[in-house]
Design a protein around this ligand. Structure first.
Ligand SMILES: *Cc1c(COP(=O)(O)O)cnc(C)c1O
Length: 233
């Protein structure tokens, strides 16, 4: 078995264990494999281990990887999980299946306008700055409902849920408490009729805390592919 295949087994086991501890069904937590900085060969190895959904942060890198793996395109689901500058919306609209980081209506409007008519609507999540962290990405929690309503009205987007990237927490309980705030917001938006099905939260270090709080999609990179080299600048 390859290292990547074994890592997938380990991460699936972590999800199952975390779901059991939370009294949840493991089928309700999807695994997004974050392949940023790793080449097409790593994605292909993950595909052979059964993985179908991949996340990319850097749009140009993602687009090149999607092209290099064109033979698998029909079987793969590509998620953009990095910031989307205005000059990159067209690439996201044309090449990806999902975008997780919407925090401005203008970006959403561009994505909707640029989504090719022959493709299904682009699945999107609104990024929420749930802990007021200094990263500055993400809408403030009290702005999420208004943005969600506006995004849900765009014709070529399908609003699926919320996404968060909290600051690293001191321990499990602190991480769970922050993720629980996102779960409350998610429930409030659904109570307002938005019909969301995706709560994108949890990474290699806080998978268990995110699942305990109600994550439906964990974004896992280093636990699957190994440590990343620092990004060249
Ligand atoms: C890199 C990244 C991940 C994966 O992080 P790991 O700690 O390697 O699991 C998840 N989400 C986002 C938005 C990322 O940038």
């Amino acid at each position: 078995m390859t290292t990547i295949a074994r890592n997938f087994q380990d991460v699936h086991a972590r999800i199952v264990t975390a779901c059991r501890a939370a009294g949840r069904d493991a089928a309700d937590v999807a695994l997004l494999a974050v392949s940023k900085t790793f080449g097409p060969g790593a994605v292909r190895a993950a595909f052979e281990a059964g993985q179908r959904a991949f996340g990319e942060n850097y749009i140009q890198e993602g687009v090149e990887k999607i092209a290099a793996l064109a033979d698998l395109r029909a079987d793969l689901c590509w998620h953009c999980i990095g910031p989307i500058q205005s000059n990159k919306t067209r690439l996201v609209a044309e090449r990806f299946d999902w975008a997780h980081t919407l925090d401005r209506l203008k970006t959403a409007e561009r994505l909707s306008a640029q989504r090719p008519p022959e493709l299904a609507p682009l699945n999107v999540c609104i990024q929420v700055n749930i802990d007021g962290g200094p990263a500055k990405s993400g809408v403030a929690p009290d702005q999420a409902l208004a943005l969600a309503r506006a995004v849900a009205a765009l014709p070529r987007l399908r609003l699926r849920g919320l996404m968060t990237i909290p600051e690293p927490a001191a321990d499990f309980e602190a991480a769970r408490a922050v993720h629980a705030r996102a779960k409350v917001l998610f429930a409030q938006l659904n109570a307002a009729g938005l019909g969301l099905d995706t709560l994108s939260m949890g990474m290699s270090a806080d998978l268990e805390a995110a699942v305990a709080a109600g994550s439906t999609l964990v974004r896992i990179g280093s636990a699957l592919f190994g440590a990343r080299a620092p990004k060249a600048t």
